[in-house]
Design a protein around this ligand. Structure first.
Ligand SMILES: Nc1ncnc2c1ncn2[C@@H]1O[C@H](COP(=O)(O)OP(=O)(O)O)[C@@H](O)[C@H]1O
Ligand SMILES: O=C(CO)[C@@H](O)[C@H](O)COP(=O)(O)O
Length: 472
């Protein structure tokens, strides 16, 4: 008997990736990908074009069900005809930082926000982008009849001409990144929405995990979809003690939790996951592209960057890079720039610069692991995913700086795989997702060396020195 096929779509910041899997085992049978524009505001049609390109040449032939995992938070606003009003503002667009500060202050401060929505909204959160729209483009704001996030919009497009269960749908995971939804109660917060946009627009219906969103015109069953980090969690089949570090455009650190996590400092976002639980998460704005920028500076490719960094000793000869090249989200420094310190005639070598780029990026994420532990999450091992997990050096430095064993799971595209697992879940009609196994590539154990503690300490000292406003 031939396998039943499901597909998972990862529409993330830099690209769309699609995997077609055996619904029973999760084995990846086919895959496709296409790039997105490099911008922080993008017309959603560009994601649709990328999806069309990635699934060209019959990639979806024989597929019975599919689902979308999408970059979180992006603001897609449509008019009463369902047409997109302006380019979507993405999660990494920091223009709404002043609106974020104002909303937090106006609506009761950080603790009130955490109680109502699970998170203290920074510029990434949709609610702050809506306030920006109301202040800067009032005609556009007045025309907004519905607000969706990237995966909601793509799911609606997939269902066009088919049989959608509602005019627009989402899930708890995605909705928990809006800033106008409570992951604890599962309800939208219309007051916060009115206070940001000026009126309450139409919102996607929040489907349960494993609940079908409808059928495409071609008859494929469509899952509710979710945010890309939630999809990765589902694809990895997280166990207690697993902490994920994802090194894509964003750096994220997260784990599953049965209870909501409330962090009024704003470092941890109290998201929902794609299985009915919670996904506390720390997100940085600067991850894989720090290595890309360092490679460009040194005039080398990523393999050579890793080789050079491997030549340097831990500690990069005293160089410390604060890698806030695109501003930063955690710590909350949206207007920050990167800085490099510790330069001497001896330390200023290509190898030390390459090493400092790796250490700076990973120190910020190791801080995220510490924040999750302080919030009560067990951390026994790190599962390392995302584009930069392919680097030959990143897994070992991650192990050294977090003090945890690091596993790089074998299959690679865990957001797409999680979306496919959700599609298989919907197809099965079962109460639980199918039990797909995750193969590990290799494990890197942390090496004991006092220089690793010294690197972490120097990084913290430098943050406090250059950005004293982050001191608690
Ligand atoms: N071997 C590598 N070392 C470091 N970075 C890499 C490597 N391979 C890919 N990348 C980077 O990973 C990023 C893409 O990661 P990905 O997780 O697909 O991002 P996103 O999901 O945000 O679109 C790109 O910036 C790419 O240059
Ligand atoms: O904003 C967040 C998490 O809150 C980001 O993680 C986005 O979801 C984008 O993810 P990548 O494209 O970097 O995977």
């Amino acid at each position: 008997m031939s396998a039943r096929l499901v597909a998972g779509i990862d529409s993330s910041t830099q690209s769309t990736k699609v995997v077609v899997c055996d619904a029973a085992t999760g084995a990846v049978l086919r895959s496709g990908r296409a790039v997105h524009p490099d911008a922080t505001e993008v017309h959603p049609d560009r994601w649709w074009q990328a999806l069309t390109e990635a699934t060209g040449d019959g990639l979806l032939e024989g597929v019975e069900a599919l689902a979308v995992g999408g970059q979180q938070h992006g603001m897609v606003v449509s008019d009463d005809a369902g047409s997109v009003i302006r380019d979507a503002l993405l999660w990494n667009d920091t223009r709404s930082a002043p609106q974020a500060r104002a909303l937090v202050e106006e609506l009761g401060g950080p603790t009130a926000w955490v109680e109502a929505t699970g998170s203290v909204p920074g510029a990434s959160f949709t609610v702050t982008k809506l306030r920006w729209l109301a202040e800067h483009e009032p005609d556009h704001a007045a025309a907004v009849a519905s607000v969706e996030l990237p995966h909601d919009w793509l799911t609606r497009r997939l269902l066009e001409g088919g049989e959608p269960v509602a005019s627009s749908v989402t899930d708890r995971g995605e909705a928990s990144g809006t800033g106008y939804f409570s992951p604890a109660t599962g309800r939208y917060d219309e007051d916060r929405l009115r206070r940001s946009l000026g009126h309450v627009p139409g919102l996607p219906r929040v489907l349960g995990p494993g609940e079908a969103a409808g059928r495409t015109a071609g008859g494929m069953l469509v899952g509710p979809g979710t945010g890309d980090n939630m999809a990765a969690g589902l694809g990895l089949g997280l166990e207690p003690g697993d902490v994920v570090i994802s090194l894509g455009t964003s750096g994220t650190v997260f784990g599953r939790h049965d209870e909501p996590v409330a962090d009024p400092t704003g470092d941890i976002a109290g998201f929902a996951d794609a299985e009915g639980g919670f996904l506390p998460l720390v997100c940085t704005l600067n991850a894989a592209r720090v290595l890309v920028a360092a490679a460009q500076l040194l005039g080398v490719d990523l393999d050579e960057l890793a080789r050079l960094a491997g030549e340097a000793e831990p500690g990069a000869g005293g160089l410390t890079l604060l890698p806030y090249l695109d501003g930063e989200r955690t710590p909350n420094l949206p207007a920050a720039t990167g800085s490099l310190s510790g330069l001497t005639r001896t330390s200023m070598t290509p190898a030390n610069l390459a090493r400092a780029a790796h250490e700076g990026m990973l120190c910020n994420l190791a801080e995220g692991v510490d924040r999750l532990r302080e919030a009560g999450l067990d951390a026994h091992r790190v599962l390392l995913i995302g584009g930069a997990s392919a680097s030959p050096l990143v897994p070992q430095i991650t192990a050294d700086l977090t003090g945890l064993p690091v596993v790089v799971p074998a299959a690679g595209e865990y957001v797409a795989l999680g979306a496919a697992r959700q599609a298989a879940w919907v197809l099965s009609g079962a109460d639980e997702p199918p039990a797909w196994s995750v193969e590990s590539d290799s494990t890197w154990d942390p090496r004991s060396d006092e220089r690793h503690d010294e690197v972490r300490g120097r990084y913290r000292d430098q943050v406090a020195l250059v950005h004293p406003e982050t001191r608690r």
